[in-house]
Structures are given as C-alpha cells and as structure tokens.
Ligand binder design. Sequence first.
Ligand code: CMC
Length: 434
Amino acid sequence: MSDKAILTIDGKQYEFPVIVGTEGEYGIDISKLRALTGHITLDPGYVNTGSCKSDITFIDGEKGILRYRGIPLEQFANGPNFIEVSWLLIFGRPPTTEEYREFAEELTHEANIDEGMKHHFNSFPRKAPPMAILGSMVNALSCFHPEFLDLDDEEKFYAAAARLISKIRTLAAFAYRHANGLPYLYPNPSLKYVPNFLHMMFSMPYHHYECDDLTRDALNMIFILHADHEQNCSTSTVRMVGSSQANLFASCSAGINALWGPLHGGANVAVMEMLDRIHKGNVSAEEYVKLAKKKDSGVKLMGFGHRVYKNFDPRAKLLGEIAEKLLPKMGRKDPLLDIARRLEELCLKDDYFVERKLYPNVDFYSGILLRAIGIPTNMFTVIFAIGRMPGWIAHWWEQKHMEGAQINRPRQIYTGNGLTDYVPMPGRKYPKRG
Ligand code: CMC
C-alpha cells in the first residue's frame, strides 16, 4: 500500500501522507489540505473523519471486534472487575495487585460527596430527568474541587480520576433517591464498588440491601461493556470540550449530556419502551419490524444498527448471553427477553436489515438485564454514564497530551445569504410566516 495519496484539483496534483494504524487501518492525513489547496473536506456526521490517533480502544466494525488496550472484550467476561478495567483504560495496562488495591482504596475513600452538594439535590424538581441531574452535579464537582481544575501532573490526574469514578456512582444514586422522595444514604466503606452503588440505591435506614453475587457480576459486566467505545458521540464531545483546556469535570459533564440523546446512550430506554409496547399488545413484533422499514413512519427499530458495527456488536452478543443465563438463575423470567429474541430473529432474516447490515447493538439487551437487577428505566442511561466514565477520563487525558494538541475547531461550507444589507425595522416587508 502506498504511503502517499494524490489529489488532483484543477489539474494540479497534491500529495498527502497515508497514516497506518497498528491493526492496518489506513487514513489520509489532510491536516495541510486547506493550506495547500484552499479546500476543506465536507463530511457531515464525521462518517469518514478520523479526529485523532488513539491508543485506547480498537474496533473493527466489519468483524465485530472490540478491544480495550489490545485486550478483546470477550476476555473480560469471567475475569476482571470494572475497577481493574477502568485502570487499564486510563493508565494503559492492567494494574499490579498493589496498584489495584491502592486504586480501589482511593475509590472507597472518595465515595462520599461534599455535604454542600447534597443540598443541590433538594432544589431539583422531583420529576427532573436523572441524566439532567447527573450532568449538572458532575459539572458542580468543579465548584467543590477547585484543586483539580488544573491537572498538570499525573499524581493530581490520578486523584481526580479516582474521585470522578467513585463519586459519579454516589451522585447517580442520590438522583434516584431524590426522584423517589427517599433519604440519601452515605456510601458504606465496607462494600465494593458495585454493591456499594446498589446499597446507596436500594437500602433503607431500617433495611440493608443485600447484593447477591449474580447481581454484582451482572452489573459489573454491564459497566465493563460500556467502559469505552473509541470516538463515539459523547467521547468525542469530551475530547472536543477538553481541547479548549476546559477542566475534567466540565468535559465529562458535557459527555453525559451528549450521551443522553436517544440515538446514543438514551437508546436503551427507547428499546424498553418499544418492547413494552409490543408486550402490551399495542403492536406485534412483526408489525413493528414493518413500521421500522417504512421511511415515513418515523419509527426505527431501537437497539438495532450502529455507525461502526456492520456485523454483530460484540457487546450485544455478550449481554444477550448473560441475560439468557442470568435471568433464570436470578429466578426472573422476563417476557421482554422473549420479545427481543423474536425481533432479533425476524430482523436477521429480513432483507432490509441484512442489506443494511443492521444488527443488535449494546442497548438491545442491556435494559432487560438492568430491569432484572431492579434498576428503573429512567436510570438506564445513568448506568451507561457510570460505565463510560473511565473511557471519557482516558480520552480526556490522551487528547491533553496528544502530539500537536490544539483546540478542536471544524470548518464549514457556508450556504447562507450572500452579502445582504441591514434594513431598519419599519422598512421590513416579508411574506407572513407559516
Ligand atoms: N431501524 C430501521 N432502519 C434503520 C435503523 C434502525 N434501527 N438504523 C439504520 N437504519 C437504516 C437507515 O434508515 C438507513 O436506511 P437507508 O439507507 O434506506 O436510508 C440505513 O439503515 C443506514 O442507516 P444510517 O442512519 O445511515 O446509519 P448511521 O450510522 O447514521 O446511524 C444509528 C446509526 C445507531 C444512529 C442508527 O442505526 C439508529 O438510529 N439506530 C437506532 C438507535 C440506536 O439503537 N442507537 C444506539 C446506538 S449503539 C449505542 C451507542 O454506541 O451509543
């Protein structure tokens, strides 16, 4: 393969270097394109645009491969926990026993939030969406931890990363308690990451929630499967905001807001609404698939399709298998799992989905598992955010130390008015709107 790409404009040839990734991915480095030719590239939705080089996560969407720091996702299925995977993503390799112990202790130590932050929860309306609360409160960490606004050295970054991973779980649980009019419960330092989160969600002052091993392992795996996914919408947002040298809390808060949308992290909620509609008999699985194929119906098969995967999303595969194994063991039969399997079966043999390479994505099965754990639907995207936090942190740090790091500032092709004179208000005459 040539190490140069040649572009011809108006008969003049320009050469651009071809960059090759570790796994043989090719990219044309067009960073000098405008300076040399006066042209820019137009790529709405960034379908073909590599915004950076990254060492963190590798995806081969054609083959359904996902690796964190080179390690295939499938190898996390029976081994490490979320804290170990968080360390791996942020610091580039798995931790030693000592490093793991120290990091886990730091998380336990930092789980509580400033008492002043608790009062903020009371001023949110009861019906406030938990994602709105989470985004606001992660941003508010900037007010309570001014010592981490400038993360100049690795020690400080380590401390800030530990705080974010630990505190987001407390903030998430408090958002839930507030919405349900329940007392806030302090983190319990004798509990590990996942049981401590579920304790803050579900214990009562008069009753301790006991987290069984199956529930712990299932939620642990859900966090791991969501931990990073290279340059997705929220991670690109974190990198974009971070590129202006905004602090880590502000950048991750922006990531939470990007994740909220139904085409990104919010899809797991939309999947459950879709399955529920089918379950209630409002529409059959077959009718739903028909609707999803009709362009003017405005309906999509939620939890299906992916910008990068043109094959099975490996996360969906693992989650489907976990749901299949765990639900019976947990003594929970969920009719929505049968509906999901039926939809999957219908789509995998339907030309529309086959031709467009639309397969189940991570959101297709995650909701069913979360429901089995007892997590309410409006907290699903919040769980996604807790899981994605180490990925956001790793990317924020990576972009900060990128060779030639600069503010991210895309260009545009302007298609508005040509030069137009300002007309004072009394002289304006336009056709009536609408
Ligand atoms: N149901 C029906 N048709 C679909 C769907 C779907 N879920 N997804 C894509 N298509 C069609 C789309 O209409 C288009 O058809 P045509 O070529 O005839 O115009 C074709 O497939 C290509 O789709 P696209 O919109 O160009 O694909 P994209 O890469 O821009 O969008 C997506 C990817 C995930 C936004 C889209 O597949 C979608 O909206 N899926 C449903 C929402 C969803 O599950 N989102 C979660 C994504 S995974 C979690 C995450 O990483 O955030």
